[in-house]
Design a binder for this molecule. Structure first.
Ligand code: CMC
Length: 428
């Protein structure tokens, strides 16, 4: 809290709202008393000027292209950390000491298996089901299996649920893939890293040993770290809103998965690769740039633009370098990468994109990497959900422990009919 206020004048009266200061970033003014004092709400569709909570987890400076987790820059974490280390950091606030990391990794690895009966759930889905449909269903269903970690008033149960969710997501996502291609499910191998285990469960088969390619493993680790958290984005806000009613953590994360699925959010990586494939040839790029700029055409360049980043997306930089590394290692020259690089160059020098501050976001290059590794396009968003689960559970835990937490209940500007009397059907 500062000793400064914002004064709002209406109908000849002044009302003061205290200015609150975070550790870094824009100040906010506290309007909690606004309605009681003035009878007015604030109007902010899409929350473009509204801080919905206080949080100590992730900081973004969209103008400068900065993303910090618990103060640590994302590029340093992507370069040096394991995913387990980042998960611990997001959940507990500090980088783990050696023994803490060991214990955390051990705990997560002991929760990687799914209740065996959950495997039967998959058979209820069509083989061509979108993996995100399966993820929503199976993650929600975890609440029906792990009753001993659904009491949200008990911090220990909350942490067990968080560990379970982080540990089981790779198994759930890999099983969704295996089901779609008609191969047997593979049980986790806890001797492997988090990412190595996921790659084996996805691409391995029981008939032969699977060797994890270290370049691919490093790329997956980076992709997971880059997607781990992103402050109060749509799906995280969904998890918080669902959790604010006291819903159990598995149900809340299922709600987050549903929100992430949309093409304006996590679904953009799938949409971006589909778009690059559709463009197909660098010669066709001007046609698509023209469509993106045409007000009468709903087409947007997928993987471009961001609500918060108005300079560059720091995650996209790491992603682009990783794309080059993976394609080199796998000996693939993907025409889609050529289209992506050329499109980026053309868009970045075009006035429309410069004026509107539209830059490639994290999803622009991730699809190229995942495609080269061998993931089908519809798995991309499932991988995002897997990684973002860490951020979701960290934010959910923070919200539940916050003494200022209340059920989320936005208000509205009503523009419908005022009260009127019922008219019988023969008189309408
Ligand atoms: N291509 C062409 N024009 C665009 C694009 C784009 N990708 N994105 C925004 N614009 C234009 C938009 O038409 C609008 O123009 P005008 O002011 O003339 O009406 C202006 O830029 C501002 O757009 P907005 O929709 O008001 O901005 P927003 O902050 O509400 O939307 C966004 C952000 C990410 C939803 C949007 O940029 C978009 O739809 N991008 C494509 C989808 C995408 O890549 N999403 C992934 C986001 S990063 C991963 C994640 O965090 O989920």
């Amino acid at each position: 809290m500062t000793d400064r206020n914002v004064t709002l004048s209406t109908e000849g009266k002044d009302f003061n709202y205290p200015i609150l200061e975070g550790s870094v970033g824009p100040e906010v003014f506290d309007v909690r008393k606004l309605y009681g004092q003035t009878g007015m709400f604030t109007y902010d569709p899409g929350f473009t000027s509204t801080a919905s909570c206080q949080s100590a987890i992730t900081y973004i400076d969209g103008e400068k292209g900065v993303l910090l987790h618990r103060g640590y820059p994302i590029d340093q974490l992507a370069e040096n950390s394991t995913f387990m280390e980042v998960a611990y950091l997001l959940l507990h606030g500090e980088l783990p000491k050696g023994s803490e990391l060991h214990d955390f990794t051990y705990t997560i690895s002991r929760h990687t298996m799914l209740h065996e009966q959950l495997a039967t759930f998959y058979r209820g889905f069509r083989r061509d089901a979108h993996p995100m449909a399966i993820m929503c269903g199976v993650v929600g269903a975890l609440s029906a299996f792990y009753h001993d970690s659904t009491d949200i008033t008990d911090p220990e149960q909350r942490m067990i649920a968080s560990h379970r969710l982080i540990a089981k997501m790779p198994t759930i996502a890999a099983m969704a893939y295996k089901y779609s291609v008609g191969q047997p499910f593979l049980y986790p191998d806890n001797s492997l890293s988090y990412t190595g285990n996921f790659l084996r469960m996805t691409f391995g088969v029981p008939a032969e040993p699977y060797a994890v390619n270290p370049v691919v493993e490093r790329a997956m680790r980076r992709i997971f770290i880059l997607h781990a958290d992103h402050e109060q984005n749509a799906s995280t806000s969904t998890v918080r809103l669902a959790g604010s009613s006291g819903a159990n953590p598995f149900a809340c994360i299922a709600a987050g998965i549903a929100c992430l699925w949309g093409p304006a959010h996590g679904g953009a990586n799938e949409a971006a690769l589909n778009m690059l494939r559709e463009i197909g040839d660098v010669k066709r790029i001007p046609e698509y740039i023209a469509r993106a700029k045409d007000k009468d055409d709903p087409f947007r360049l997928m993987g471009f633009g961001h609500r918060v980043y108005k300079n560059f997306d720091p995650r996209a930089k790491v992603m682009k370098a990783t794309a080059d590394e993976v394609l080199k290692e796998l000996g693939k020259s993907d025409p889609v990468l050529d289209v992506a690089k050329e499109l980026e160059q053309i868009a970045l020098s075009d006035d429309y994109f410069i004026e509107k501050k539209l830059y490639p976001n994290v999803d622009f290059y991730s699809g190229v990497i995942l495609n080269a590794i061998g993931f089908p396009t519809d798995m991309f968003t499932a991988l995002f959900a897997l990684a973002r689960t860490v951020g979701w559970v960290a934010q959910w835990n923070e919200m539940i422990s916050d003494p200022e937490q209340k059920i989320g209940r936005p208000r509205q500007l009503y523009v419908g009919q005022p009260q009127r009397d019922y008219v019988p059907v023969d008189k309408r």
